[in-house]
Design a binder for this molecule. Sequence first.
Ligand code: ATP
Ligand code: ZN
Length: 657
Amino acid sequence: MASLQQSPAIKGAKVLMVGAGGIGCELLKTLALSGFEDIHIIDMDTIEVSNLNRQFLFRQKHVGQSKAKVARDAVLRFRPHISISSYHANVKDSNFNVDFFKQFNVVLNGLDNLDARRHVNRLCLAAEVPLVESGTTGFLGQVSVHVKGRTDCYECNPKPSPKTYPVCTITSTPSKFVHCIVWAKELLFAKLFGDKNQDNDLNVRSSDSTGSSEQAEDVFERKANESIEQYGRRIYDHVFGYNIEQALSNEETWKSRNKPRPIYSRDVISAELMQQNGNSDKAGSAGDPLSVSAMASLGLKNPQDLWSLKDNSRVFFEALKLFFGKREKEIGSLCFDKDDPLAVEFVTAAANIRAASFGIPLHSLFEAKGIAGNIVHAVATTNAIVAGLIVIEAIKVLQKDFDSYRMSYCLEHVTQKMLIMPVQPFEPNKSCCVCSETPLTLEIDTNHSKLRDFVEKIVKAKLSMTSPLIMHGSSLLYEVGDDLDDAMIANYSANLEKVLSSLPSPVTSGTMLTVEDLQQEFTCNINIKHREEFDEENEPDGMVLHGWTQVPTKPKDDDDKPPTGNGDSSKTSQTETVEAEAEVVVKINIEEIGASGNKRKAPDSRDISTDPPSNDVNEATAANHKKVHKIDDGDDEEELVMLDHWDIDTNKKQKLR
Ligand SMILES: Nc1ncnc2c1ncn2[C@@H]1O[C@H](COP(=O)(O)OP(=O)(O)OP(=O)(O)O)[C@@H](O)[C@H]1O
Ligand SMILES: [Zn+2]
């Protein structure tokens, strides 16, 4: 270490760290102790109590303060002679442009989301600064080096997309606890407490036994003069009783499935118990919404206890009562938040009651919260190992030791006698639209899709552009920027509402659009192909982008039977972001690791899934579809999306277990 600390390459290096969270805290400490003397940190967050168990540079007294600044101050206390600059800001802010990035010798990412990682990747490519990228999920971790022209870029390889479930699995035929959680948080919670105008696939048929044509929406509206107990019972009986009876009446659905059992509140909770349910005085104060808790009110203490159907029903009623009693102002604008205790209690109870109805094992609040909040518990040691690996790669980059660059994977179980698996970096993917400027193809209905749809669903959501500019030949269709005059703003706003074929410079089949992000200095050409029909379940955007390196969303659980005519699966899949942001991808084909155990031949570009074997769009897409591996979302274990070697022929799932 002493000799390393003296190395001019390290001492003279100017390093940018993005993210001062779990990995970032470890990284800053390791950089400082390894002899780095000029470190810059960007982090947009403030410190939360939940960070303190692993982000060891922070203490209780720092809660609410800037992570970047507190991390800087903490390290300067034991390395006072070095220079650390902190920026409490979003790395996507316009002042962190290519010129800003150019001043650094290497950039080190300790981020937690795809969008920011992509953004930094593009800036590093444009500024020609090497990037060391990292990620951890529980015991799994990964570090990779990206140097323009020598290795792949961060976006050369596909990334897993959020897990989605077919609507009818969620609304009608759940078979796993996670399906009940998605139903409880994205449908029931959203329906009762969220924005009334948003799309919601909850079965909203009237519960009116007289068969009147009561409007569906009314079922979830609290009626005038209806007590909260009456309202709660009506909702309960509607969603757990009446809706299940309705579903049962479709016999086809249950030919190959276990029939659910309708549950009515009167069978679970007596009128007397309902009256005594909960002690609101103990439930927390309306002035502090996050202190309000049905568990406290009911005297339920241990979040790891498994509640009975009766207890879940009590929590359901109590949580509903507390939302209306203590948090009424928020009703209509709430979104599920894993850090909102009352929301977690309600969702746990509702999911468990639904699970009981469908014969699915019930779960504790602790477990349900983990599933609902997509929580994979962070392991401080993994962060520390990954930080060490980042510094090792950074030093190689600074010493221009190209042949020694490695991607490293932290494994959960020893594999080939190793827990940390180093492999040679990939070569650049010649079809990568980011580093190889290969054009993309977009299938879209040019007569129905508006420019706004294209901007939101493709330019922002898929291409992660922050300040896009869209051109058709020399005609500018859309632009974002601070320096636009009123006439331009009005013109672009009008364009957003026009369908593509009616734009001033019409976009039709065969058009090539150029989309550019000025901040990222990233330009991308998109060939437009007119198409009219899209599969609502598999192509919910109503447009399909080809040649882009995101793994297509796998539309169905393998073990979910096809819907058998339940009738209400007409919309998009429910998005269940079990793996959405923690996108660690383990891409090792164990067999490819040579006898020495630490080498992997850099694959030729055909090995990389995003480099399809032919230019045929459909063939490439079909191949990509074959290569999607399923998250096995078993109810009681966390597993990871495994992208193995992406070999079209072998297409096998590898579990590191
Ligand atoms: N666009 C961005 N600009 C700057 N910092 C970012 C950006 N996106 C994410 N980060 C930072 O990256 C860090 C990631 O750290 P980590 O994964 O430990 O997340 P966390 O928010 O601290 O923890 P948790 O999500 O578990 O509560 C966070 O501190 C976050 O603020
Ligand atoms: Zn690339």
